[in-house]
Design a protein around this ligand. Structure first.
Ligand SMILES: Nc1ncnc2c1ncn2[C@@H]1O[C@H](COP(=O)(O)OP(=O)(O)OP(=O)(O)O)[C@@H](O)[C@H]1O
Ligand SMILES: [Mg+2]
Length: 584
């Protein structure tokens, strides 16, 4: 981003600073105070030394007194300033998380669905934190360093005239250029390191999630070795980085030290010749030390900047020009009529080959349609398409003759309005941290009465929640009770029953349930779904026997279609599957 100076990019980078106006203001005051303080010290020192030489005790004490006051002032208010900086950092962090998590939800699902979870987590967190940290460093102390350098150079100018100033400026510019040369050389290394860190982050998440798998297969050592390799790769880059550092930063430090000696000689001879007072020598020494320290600080900031900016860059690259969901908020309001769903020559590809190709299908509204077929045949993909969660690369999908957005069409309905009419139980339903009650009501914008909740709990076979110590108020999720697979599924079913939508999409809703619960839940669903459009995916054919239409999918194609009796008669794939399942 900053490999070439680009004003627009710099502006974009700095723009968030205005988010937190008061902490920003106090940061500026702090920078100004500490920036000027160095100059104050130097002047007071000169005064003190000159007064000693002149034998003026009062002026000497006066000079020392100023230094003491400046020292005190720099310690006490620091607590306040630091907390203002903490506040500033927190404000920026909040700002970035708000923006980028929101952007994540706006990203086209086709993109997010094929990337996996760890990926975006890493980019948002590292990107947001590093950006906030960079800006708060500038506000906290970066600016102060620059003011300090300017003040020091200004004082040189005032007290020693051009010669000293030119010397300082010259060395300053040379050392800065050398350091920047080093930084530039390190940019590609930093990017590589960032990618290795991202890899390590993802691997660690994957490892933690697969504890049993790793334990049971005795693969701890193997996995750790894989991580070792990543960190070795980072180490190799650190070696190279150090190599560059030695030939740039150390040369730069040396040049500054030489400048200090030259200045000392120059002013020292000036004192010997009676041109300057002795105090100036002390002052110059102090100022040159300050410049030395400030230049080091500045270089540290800039080095830090180049390594952190790679994460900011990744954040911006990932989100700024990424394709967004078309028509979540925009588009026409969806009007439900009967729930007729039509897919017209739909093609979908996750990026690794077409899962569905020129796929056309008409689903009658108000009926129950079942999707069956071997694993990987494209059932869930079809469901996600109908739910408007992903959109086809080619072809259209319409519900009651209203097109879902597909990234290319101009007449489409808003997904938000569509979602009010659908209940979609995904293959791996999630529960959120919170109470069971909160989870149940997640889809609603009103509070149902107790009777209704009790009814749904019983229909969805969720009586188990009443056995929990706090009943509906029990906390579930990471911080609470961990539900079993089947319990999670039943809770998700209850959620949909409460929402009571017109179109119900169920991706293996009962796959984790025992036969008894499965039958009960199916019955309840059939009750609820009378006259509604239901599409259900199931492996156990018992569950879909009652469906009005059964579609058998194989490798993205419908190979059989009909009701149970028709399909049994046909003695094709369906009949074969049925035979296999009842073969005991
Ligand atoms: N998020 C994804 N990213 C990339 N490829 C995917 C993704 N989801 C599914 N696929 C691929 O698409 C194909 C169809 O998958 P889909 O999930 O639709 O199958 P399915 O019929 O629902 O299978 P199952 O019965 O196992 O749930 C598979 O080959 C799978 O590898
Ligand atoms: Mg599936």
């Amino acid at each position: 981003m900053f490999s070439s100076f680009d004003l627009i990019k710099v502006k974009k980078f700095l723009k968030p600073t205005l988010q937190e106006k008061w902490p920003l203001f106090w940061g500026l005051i702090r920078s100004l105070f500490f920036g000027l303080q160095g100059g104050g010290y130097a002047i007071a020192m000169k005064l003190a030394v000159d007064s000693v030489v002149e034998g003026n005790e009062i002026m000497f004490l006066y000079g020392v007194g100023i230094m003491a006051v400046l020292m005190l002032l720099s310690t006490l208010p620091n607590y306040f300033f630091r907390n203002m900086n903490n506040l500033y950092f927190r404000g920026l962090q909040k700002y970035f998380y708000n923006i980028y998590i929101d952007k994540y939800f706006q990203l086209e699902n086709n993109l997010t669905d094929s990337k996996g979870t760890g990926y975006f987590n890493n980019i948002i967190q590292r990107g947001g934190d590093n950006w906030a940290s960079l800006l708060s460093t500038i506000n906290g102390s970066g600016l102060q360093v620059i003011i300090r350098i300017i003040v020091a150079i200004g004082l040189f100018m005032t007290y020693t005239g051009w010669i000293g100033t030119i010397l300082v400026l010259f060395v300053f510019i040379i050392s800065f250029v050398i350091a920047q040369y080093g930084n530039k050389k390190m940019i590609p290394l930093r990017k590589e390191m960032r990618d290795f860190f991202t890899q390590a982050d993802k691997d660690i998440v994957r490892l933690i999630m697969s504890k049993f798998e790793v334990l049971a297969n005795g693969r701890i050592g193997f996995e750790l070795k894989k991580l070792d390799v990543i960190f070795d790769n980072i180490l190799v880059r650190r070696y190279r980085e150090s190599f560059i550092r030695i030939f740039t930063f150390d040369v730069q430090k040396l040049s500054i030290n030489i400048m200090q000696i030259l200045l000392l000689l120059y002013v020292g001879y000036g004192v010997l010749n009676g041109q300057y007072e002795v105090g100036l020598l002390a002052m110059v020494w102090m100022l040159s030390n300050q410049i030395n320290g400030s230049v080091q600080d500045l270089n540290d900031y800039i080095t830090d900047f180049y390594s952190r900016i790679t994460y900011v860059e990744k954040l911006r690259e990932t989100f700024d020009d990424a394709p967004l969901i078309q028509g979540y908020d925009t588009g026409k309001e969806f009007i439900y009529k009967r729930g007729d769903i039509v897919l017209d020559t739909v093609t979908y590809d996750y990026g690794k080959g077409e899962v569905l190709k020129d796929f056309s299908l008409s689903i009658q509204g108000g009926k129950k349609t079942a999707l069956v077929g071997i694993s990987g045949s494209g059932k869930s993909t079809l469901m996600k398409l109908i739910a408007g969660y992903i959109h086809p690369q080619f072809g259209t999908i319409s519900v009651d003759k209203q097109e879902l957005p597909n990234g290319q069409n101009t007449h489409f309905i808003s997904l938000k309005s569509y979602y009010q009419h659908i209940g979609y139980l995904t293959q791996e339903p999630s529960v959120f941290d919170g109470s069971i009650y909160d989870n149940l009501l997640y889809a609603l914008n009103y509070e149902p009465n107790d009777k209704k909740i009790q009814q749904v709990l019983s229909d969805a076979q969720c009586q188990f929640v009443l056995d929990f110590p706090d009943g509906l108020g029990s906390q579930i999720g990471e911080k609470g009770i961990r539900l079993s697979g089947g319990q999670r599924q039943r809770l998700a079913i209850a959620k949909i029953m409460l929402k009571n939508p017109n179109i119900i999409l169920l991706d293996e809703p009962t796959s984790a349930l025992d036969s008894f619960s499965e039958e009960e839940v199916t019955k309840a669903f059939d009750n609820l779904a009378k006259g509604k459009t239901v599409i259900i995916i199931a492996h156990r054919l018992q569950t879909v026997k009652q469906a009005d239409t059964i579609l058998v999918l194989d490798q993205g194609k419908i190979i059989e279609q009909g009701n149970h009796i028709e399909l049994v008669k046909k003695k094709g794939s369906y009949a074969k599957m049925l035979e296999l399942q009842s073969g005991f």
